[in-house]
Design a protein around this ligand. Structure first.
Ligand SMILES: Cc1ncc(COP(=O)(O)O)c(C=O)c1O
Ligand SMILES: [Zn+2]
Length: 439
């Protein structure tokens, strides 16, 4: 296993080019990111090849050496035994709260789905199943490297606090539940900023892991934009630690998010047969697609990335078109305002977890699509409904409508996919009890 220039790992801002060493404590945002200008995002520059895990079940142990966190923790003077112990101890605490700690999630060809969609024996649909991951979705993978960052500071005696500052997240979905689950497992206080009209099913879920819920009505003094984000940023300004899944607010979520891609790349390296052709990934804020693709590509594979959005909320597709028109879709971060701005009239969807009006991590997603010959896919609401129904009809995976939205992208593009192509979807979130089954 060769890891190239680990010590030279850097964050580089995709907008202004500023570099920040991964050894810098509390390096959440680009130093030039401002209160009223979040058009900066730190991306990892980490050359890797080839990719091979240790075989341990916990991906954070199996791929620990590839994590920027490992370099960070090492720079604090923590030995390999200390670093392993931080992961093992926190994972045991997570398992005590969640029933299961981090583990490599199932991945393989789903024959029933492949048949239902008319693929032949050489092609098909490969499903990565995240529904039984920590917190019931892929989100905890992202947030865990933010937590590990804090735990490493504490273990090394370098934490700048006496009393732990609260964690903060603006979300009412899977990310909030994942963040609250992780926080609860290490007894770290967390404030979850939720919309004023959030449903009781969601607040009950959050309360089950002791989250400090803060309802956020729109204030007359508020500037345009989401009041939960305003309150979240105010909390961060007063010392809270950003603990969410937007690279623009805390870049460290982009480290652990790659484990899902590394697992796929590793499984592919071990399996003989033709390579994967396409990855269909549902996109909300974009961190998921960006990390999944960089993780897969780290192993040298380059299946085309298709970022899936609904027609009623497709800011990424608009950014892609604008970036192409304005000089190219790769490294378009310097043209942020010309490419990405909030979608004006977000239409509701059964896949309500991907209705972020802004794709915060759009630069990483566009880079991955450009590098792989991919493209965005905008699907109809009917595709979303049909994908959810199909997933429940032919598989045994209890996936949510947002979790099956990548499959909606496959349905939308199926006429342009050959029968022998190998496509990947991620069933990224579990159907919770309050979510109706498809009719
Ligand atoms: C189940 C599920 N899949 C996908 C996503 C999209 O992830 P991202 O917001 O990082 O694009 C979300 C976001 O809430 C989600 O809950
Ligand atoms: Zn910057």
């Amino acid at each position: 296993m060769t890891i190239v220039s680990l010590n030279k790992e850097m964050w580089k801002c995709a907008a202004c080019g500023e570099r920040v060493p991964v050894t810098e404590p509390l390096s959440w945002r680009c130093p030039s990111s401002q209160e009223d200008d979040r058009h900066h995002v730190l991306l990892l520059e980490q050359p890797l090849a080839p990719l091979r895990g240790t075989g341990e079940a916990n991906p954070f142990l199996a791929y620990r050496k590839y994590l920027a966190w490992d370099t960070f923790a090492q720079s604090l003077g923590l030995s390999e035994a200390d670093r392993v112990s931080i992961i093992e101890t926190s994972d045991a605490a997570i398992a005590a709260v969640d029933g299961t700690g981090f583990h490599t999630t199932p991945f393989g060809r789903n024959d029933a789905l492949s048949d239902a969609l008319g693929f032949n024996a050489n092609g098909g649909v490969w499903v990565k199943d995240e529904t039984k991951s920590v917190g019931g979705s892929h989100k905890a993978r992202h947030i865990y490297t933010e937590l590990l960052h804090l735990l490493a500071l504490e273990r090394s005696g370098r934490a700048p606090w006496v009393e732990r500052p609260p964690l903060a997240i603006a979300s009412c979905g899977n990310a909030a539940f994942a963040a609250s689950t992780l926080a609860h497992s290490v007894q770290w206080p967390i404030k979850v900023f939720v919309p004023d009209l959030v449903s009781t099913e969601l607040t009950d879920l959050l309360q089950s892991v002791n989250a400090g819920i803060v309802r956020c009505p729109r204030l007359s003094t508020d500037p345009p934009g989401d009041p939960t984000v305003h309150r979240f940023r105010e909390a961060v300004k007063s010392g809270a630690i950003p603990f969410g899944v937007q690279g623009t607010e805390n870049a460290w979520c982009l480290d652990g998010g790659r484990t899902i891609g590394w697992e796929i790349a590793d499984a592919q390296e071990r399996e003989s047969g033709p390579p994967l052709d396409r990855l269909f990934v549902q996109v909300g804020g974009g961190a998921f697609a960006a990390c999944l693709a960089t993780g897969v590509y780290a192993g040298g594979l380059r299946p085309a990335l298709h970022a899936v959005q609904t027609a009623g909320c497709a800011p990424l597709q608009r950014a892609w078109v604008n970036a192409l028109a304005g000089g190219g879709s790769r490294n378009a971060g310097g043209r942020w305002s010309e490419c990405m701005w909030p979608w004006e009239n977000v239409e509701s969807s059964l896949a309500d977890g991907i209705l972020d009006d802004e794709t915060y991590d759009w630069v990483g997603v566009c880079n991955a699509m450009a590098d792989s010959g991919g493209s965005p896919v905008v699907c109809t609401e009917q595709h979303i409904v049909d994908a959810y129904a199909l997933a429940h009809k032919v598989t045994t995976i209890n996936v949510s409508p947002t979790g099956s939205a990548g499959l909606a992208g496959v349905l939308a593009m199926r006429p342009n996919i050959a029968d022998d192509e190998r496509v990947v979807v991620v069933f990224s979130g579990v159907r919770r009890q309050f979510m109706p089954l498809p009719k």
